[in-house]
Design a protein around this ligand. Structure first.
Ligand SMILES: [Mg+2]
Length: 316
């Protein structure tokens, strides 16, 4: 069983060696740098310090809804630039290019407006449910059948189904995606990729909203298809980071995140060093004294927040 190094128990020289061992630092945003748009104490100082130490920094978020200028706005105290921000939307466009997905094939997209806009900008023809079904679906089995037949006609050239967060998702959307993957004539040739796929997402401190996970997981189950994720913890995002930033040694990259299932799993699978901070969605009792997640995704380091790390390396 590997040991989880608690930053609290390490001396400054050990922290300095750890920071010296990395050249690139990937930050998750919410729960690491900001919480409800307010900077988390110590995060600005940590970021400024590592930049001074000539580390390359990137902000790696699973958010596919906000355009980069809004993410930059949210990260204003951190002086982030659009070039430093990486989202599943970037990974998707790059991935399609790498696998040679031809723009003579259409894309059926269940997403918010931004991914559709970016796909169209990249030259792809995007088909949406709203184009196929302009009125509420008739509340009968024949209503569903008619939708599927209409959908098959409209989507006969579809080569990719892209599943992402769609806050207005209608059941007919998912019915059609399932039918295309199970029954259409081109079903074997349809790729299926996903963006933001969280089961739940926080709405302030009080509520949790239902994320896209509920229909993405269901589609995987019903169609027995594996949906390739463009978001953390997927491999495509790690490959994108490594290629774009010419990373030769994975251990010279540090992933800092507050979510074990996305950020830390992403970092571990990519071969990066990992630091879990407890300033976001993971509670201390999930981690210490007993690690309650799979042993495989145990990070290298844990800290209450970036302030704790900064305190021990501020004299570097
Ligand atoms: Mg987070």
């Amino acid at each position: 069983m590997s040991k989880l190094c608690n930053i609290e128990e390490l001396k400054s020289d050990a922290i300095e060696n750890f920071i010296n061992s990395v050249e690139v630092i990937l930050f998750d945003i919410d729960g690491v740098l900001i919480l409800h748009k307010i900077p988390i104490p110590g995060a600005i100082e940590f970021l400024e310090k590592v930049k001074k130490l000539q580390k390359k920094v990137f902000f790696v978020t699973n958010n596919t809804i906000y355009p980069k200028h809004l993410i930059v706005e949210n990260l204003k105290p951190f002086k982030a630039t659009e070039e430093e921000i990486l989202t599943p939307n970037d990974v998707l466009i790059d991935y399609l290019d790498i696998i040679g997905f031809k723009n003579d094939k259409d894309i059926f997209a269940i997403t918010t407006s931004l991914p559709k806009k970016l796909l169209r900008k990249a030259g792809y023809n995007v088909i949406t449910y709203e184009q196929i079904q302009q009125t509420p679906l008739e509340q009968s089995i024949s209503g569903v059948k008619n939708l599927i037949l209409k959908g098959f006609e409209a989507c006969k050239n579809v080569g990719l189904i892209y599943l992402d967060a769609d806050l207005n998702v209608a059941a007919g959307n998912v019915q059609l995606a399932k039918a295309l993957l199970n029954h259409s004539t081109q079903k074997e040739d349809i790729l299926c990729l996903s963006g933001m796929s969280d089961e739940l997402f926080p709405i302030g401190d009080e509520f949790k909203g239902i994320g896209a996970g509920y229909y993405i997981n269901a589609l995987e189950k019903w169609t027995k298809r594996t949906v390739e994720p463009m978001a953390k913890p997927g491999k495509a995002m790690a490959d994108f980071v490594k290629m774009k930033h010419n990373i030769k040694e994975n251990k010279k990259v540090l992933m800092i995140g507050d979510n074990v299932s996305t950020d830390i799993t992403f970092g571990v699978d990519a071969g990066f060093q990992t630091l879990l901070v407890l300033s976001g969605c993971t509670a201390e009792d999930e981690v210490m004294p007993r690690w309650s997640y799979p042993e495989r995704v145990k990070p290298d380091y844990v800290a209450t927040s970036l302030a704790e790390v900064y305190e021990k390396m501020k004299n570097m």
